[in-house]
Design a protein around this ligand. Structure first.
Ligand code: 9YW
Length: 431
């Protein structure tokens, strides 16, 4: 009984601390992922964080999404980063991206489209229902325009699944799934640069210099291509991958967007989204690797499936696009992975020789991915496994606090501290 009370005390402390972290990282209408390390508005961070705000400040939670869409491009894109206020603690900042103001400067690529999922969450949990209705009506056409952008700019060949043209676009930028597609040649005239991330976080946890050279080669090529012209980027990018994270989130977000469309009586739009879902079912089939029983990302240039199984392999469960048989195979793999680590879900198969328990997206655990996988498992009826992942997430945050991500072997916290999306997950999921 004493231990139970102790655990309760720890959790109520974490809830208070999570609220404190969101308030501390609030820059007025938007929340930075972490002071110093990430001093701007990141797209999918912000959408996830809005669900955290919703738990204690509904008006502020809607504002988070409004600010995110305030810099939407005329073609519908919502960029991966909105640079509202000056900061020199992050590289590459607005001076390197060099995009036109809209009204703030932004990056020139996108990130996983979580917003429609978040908007539905806010709407369904709203106590202030008139406010929610008003807000969602304004947001709906903007979210629809963004989803249309994904298909127009990133799937002009109508495959039913969209491409990413930069590892930053996936949200899982250092994933071993990009090792092969990142083997293109670095530009010899790459301007010299100084990384800022290494002043905040130990180099052993971050991408290597070679990886950053590749990131920047892409950035400069996109900038030179008529300032990120989406109609051209798809055809000229040397990095061209079908990513499971973006596609699973887009599929799930389409389901939520259709739900919103129906709430608002927008039948025609709902049918347009329905078609994306139908095509998505077909597209995902290309990503299923029956031999190993997991989904894989695909290099669109070579046509090959990635030689790495990452935690994104399980996100089609969250999308709801996997069949029952596929789900069973995924679960068998997931159970094997979990038997090799103390805390799940690692971002790479622990038996992969590249598994690195500390380095960005090459082994560690992220709470936002745990939430998605756990949610997906529940949907397919795997309650016990869903609960195990939730319990691991509770244990990790009880032990290590609101860190950016966690070591699956020791449970130690890694990367940034007082991290907004981890705080949001503690409020919207774990409490
Ligand atoms: C970067 C902010 C971002 C996340 C990404 C994560 C990392 C590095 O941090 O990106 O320089 O943008 O990989 O998913 O949105 O938390």
């Amino acid at each position: 009984e004493y231990e139970e009370r102790l655990e309760e005390d720890v959790r109520s402390h974490i809830v208070r601390n999570s609220i404190h972290v969101l308030r501390m990282n609030d820059r007025g209408g938007y929340t930075v992922p972490a002071e110093g390390l990430y001093p701007f508005q990141w797209n999918w961070d912000s959408a996830i964080v809005s669900a955290g705000w919703a738990v204690f400040d509904e008006e502020r939670s809607w504002e988070e999404l409004e600010t995110l869409f305030s810099d939407q491009w005329a073609d519908g894109m919502v960029a991966s980063i909105n640079f509202h206020k000056f900061s020199e603690t992050y590289f590459p900042g607005p001076e390197i991206w060099g995009t036109p103001e809209k009204p703030s400067k932004t990056s020139g690529i996108s990130q996983p489209p979580v917003a429609a999922m978040a908007a539905r969450f806010l709407y369904e949990h709203a106590e202030m229902q008139d406010l929610a209705k008003e807000k969602i009506e304004v947001l709906f056409p903007k979210m629809l325009a963004w989803h249309r952008w994904w298909y127009k700019a990133r799937d002009p060949e109508n495959r039913g699944v969209v491409a990413i043209l930069h590892p930053w676009e996936s949200g899982m930028d250092n994933s071993p799934a990009w090792d092969e597609p990142m083997k293109f040649r670095i530009d010899i005239d790459l301007p010299p640069y100084v990384r800022r991330d290494l002043t905040h976080v130990d180099a052993s946890m971050r991408p290597t210099k070679d990886t950053y050279d590749h990131y920047l080669t892409l950035l400069y090529r996109f900038k030179k291509t008529h300032f990120y012209d989406p109609d051209q980027l798809y055809w000229i990018s040397p990095f061209h991958v079908t990513d499971l994270c973006v596609n699973s989130i887009l599929f799930r977000a389409n389901r939520d967007l259709r739900w919103i469309a129906l709430q608002l009586g927008k039948q025609e739009e709902a049918m347009e989204i329905e078609r994306w879902l139908d095509d998505g079912f077909k597209g995902f089939n290309m990503l299923w690797d029956d031999q190993t029983g997991v989904y894989k990302c695909q290099d669109h240039i070579t046509g090959k499936l990635a030689n790495a199984a990452t935690s994104a392999a399980f996100l089609p469960l969250f999308a709801g696009v996997a069949s029952k048989e596929q789900a069973a195979k995924l679960v068998a793999n997931l159970e094997r992975w979990l038997s090799k680590v103390k805390y799940g879900v690692p971002s790479l198969d622990p038996e992969d020789p590249r598994f690195d328990q500390l380095r960005y997206w090459r082994g560690p655990v992220w709470l936002i991915i745990n939430w998605m996988i756990s949610n997906g498992l529940r949907h397919y009826g795997y309650e016990e496994l869903a609960n195990r992942i939730k319990q691991d997430s509770i244990d990790l945050t009880s032990k290590a606090g609101l860190r950016e991500y966690f070591d699956p072997m020791t449970g130690d916290g890694c990367g940034g501290k007082q991290f907004s999306w981890t705080a949001a997950m503690c409020l919207a999921w774990l409490d």
